[in-house]
Design a protein around this ligand. Sequence first.
Ligand code: NAD
Length: 245
Amino acid sequence: MRLKDKVALITGGANGIGLATAQRFAKEGAKIILWDVTDKGQQVVNDLISDGAKALFQKVSVADQDAVIKAVAVAKNHFGRIDILINNAGITKDRTLLKMSKQEWDDVISVNLTGVFNCTQAVVPIMKEQNYGRIVSASSNVAIRGNYGQTNYVATKSAIIGMTKVWALELGRFGITANCIAPGFIQTAMTDAMPEEVRKQSLAHIPVGKWGVPDDIANGYLYLASDEASFVSGICLTIDGGAAR
Ligand SMILES: NC(=O)c1ccc[n+]([C@@H]2O[C@H](COP(=O)([O-])OP(=O)(O)OC[C@H]3O[C@@H](n4cnc5c(N)ncnc54)[C@H](O)[C@@H]3O)[C@@H](O)[C@H]2O)c1
């Protein structure tokens, strides 16, 4: 088991990539703290527990700093430590630049960017005390190549690559690594919401000729969260079937 007795906090764990990650990490021996804004997270945790894992659901929006700080304290009390933070929660509100409202801009920034700041800032003091921590955040391959209609989303995903490099520099001496993953097109509710035409076109730009599945990213999170990656910090691992140029 690659995460035996490690405690992993996974944000946005009720669906898609976060759900696959919670299931994968539990199989590898991790205790799971699962955060989401939907009550479905409780069912996911119940299923993990039925399968023999230790898991806790907390209904938390990563955008709410007070709620994040309180939930981290409760989780630390519950499991005694937090070894791994997977900053996975993310949303889209796509619109071309001239049509994008200030509300659409603010909503995406508050979850995808401020949310990552909130969670990381709340968890790092615990990791520092343990002299051990793994932070892995969800960027996107659109941070590297841009994407039509995603000014707000791309801004957040590019910022995550930058913040990750800062945290690698600041936190390495405390036994903490910080990395991120840049997924390409992964089949989840997020990409199901895209127009059929855009979904089809996306396939033409993926050299391996298929869309990714949530487990493709869960596998990347697992590597970067494990002790196999103890000498890896500050990187952005692209997992996109060769699509990013
Ligand atoms: N699916 C893709 O193709 C793709 C590509 C690149 C990057 N990503 C990134 O991967 C991550 C996971 O994406 P996904 O496709 O699994 O998305 P998803 O929509 O399937 O799941 C996201 C989860 O985050 C939760 N969430 C939303 N707002 C939240 C908040 N404020 N606090 C806590 N949880 C919240 C949702 O309820 C949902 O369960 C996101 O950060 C996304 O931007 C996805």
